[in-house]
Design a protein around this ligand. Structure first.
Ligand code: PXG
Length: 282
């Protein structure tokens, strides 16, 4: 039976429960991380922990554990569950309060660590690529709720994803309120045009993905020019290649967007080169 870590204790999956008064449940008041372990190594551990602590700080949650303690708890959870390749979900909730919004009444944040086997996308998606549509739902305005905060409130992204389902596709592109391309519902986005790689800057109102940063590093190391710049839907439609990236998805090519075939409709050479280098790295 899978063991789940909650506030220093391990529970069987069926007994791993939190209070209905936890503001993580009542208001989506909390933060999280999604992390991968490959071959017994936690990929970009420090980066994920730093981002978790920044998310917590941004919403005024005082972490009840140090970074080192969180890493140790994560390693122990992986060990208890005998996992070598895993998806790790770190969750920090505001904690137990009453039936009002007031976070001041929540005395202690809860730290939850769920580790499980990774649910990979079907292999054919990596070979053939994905079809995307643009969602009508804009990404949360960054001054209303910064997408830099990986918060437990993902309704903005879920509403966009539902539009994808309605259109019969698995993933959507979200725009910001200026109409520029932001990201997908749970992945960042890149385009390739004339050999140059481009992705929206953090100031466009995106989650600053750790896979995104890794891809930019890999590309620069291999001599590819990388730009962080505003991207329009026109740029997507006329790109040579488009792909998305994230911890769970890794890299996936987008071969059709809003009914337009991208490039020659197959995962392109820059995508395949970067995917190869990414796989070597992990
Ligand atoms: N943008 C958003 C909005 C995300 O939620 C990414 C980009 C990619 O970031 P990383 O750091 O993973 O490269 C994410 C990823 C999942 C899952 O299980 C992933 C995310 C959130 C919820 C679920 O696929 N975040």
């Amino acid at each position: 039976m899978l063991k789940i870590y909650i506030d220093g204790e391990f529970y069987d999956k069926k007994d791993a429960k939190i209070s209905v008064f936890d503001h993580g449940l009542l208001y989506g008041d909390g933060v999280f991380e999604g992390i991968r372990m490959y071959n017994g190594r936690i990929f970009k551990c420090r980066e994920h922990i730093d981002r978790l602590f920044e998310s917590a700080r941004a919403i005024g949650i005082r972490m009840p554990m140090s970074k080192e303690e969180v890493i140790a708890a994560m390693e122990e959870t992986l060990k208890v569950n005998n996992l070598n390749d895993a998806y790790i979900r770190l969750v920090v909730t505001r904690g137990i309060g009453d039936l009002g919004l007031d976070p001041k009444l929540c005395e202690k944040p809860s730290v939850i660590i769920i580790t499980d086997k990774i649910a990979l996308y079907p292999a054919e998606i990596y070979e053939r690529g994905l079809e995307l549509v643009t969602a009508a739902t804009p990404r949360n305005h960054q001054e209303a709720l910064s997408p830099r905060i990986k918060s437990l409130n993902y309704l903005n992204n879920i509403m966009a994803k539902m539009e994808g389902h309605q259109a019969g596709v698995r993933e959507v592109i979200m725009l910001n309120l200026d109409g520029y391309v932001c990201e997908c519902s749970a992945d960042n986005i890149f385009i390739v045009k004339n050999g140059v790689l481009a992705t929206p800057p953090p100031s466009a109102g995106i989650l600053k993905g750790i896979t995104r940063d890794t891809i930019m590093d890999i590309a620069r190391e291999s001599g590819t020019e990388v730009r962080e710049e505003n991207i329009t839907r026109f740029d997507l439609y006329v790109a040579d290649e488009v792909f998305l990236c994230g911890t769970a998805a890794e890299l996936i090519a987008a071969v059709k967007i809003d009914g337009r075939v991208i490039g020659d409709g197959k995962p392109g050479p820059v995508f395949r080169k970067l995917l190869g280098k990414f796989r070597e790295l992990v």
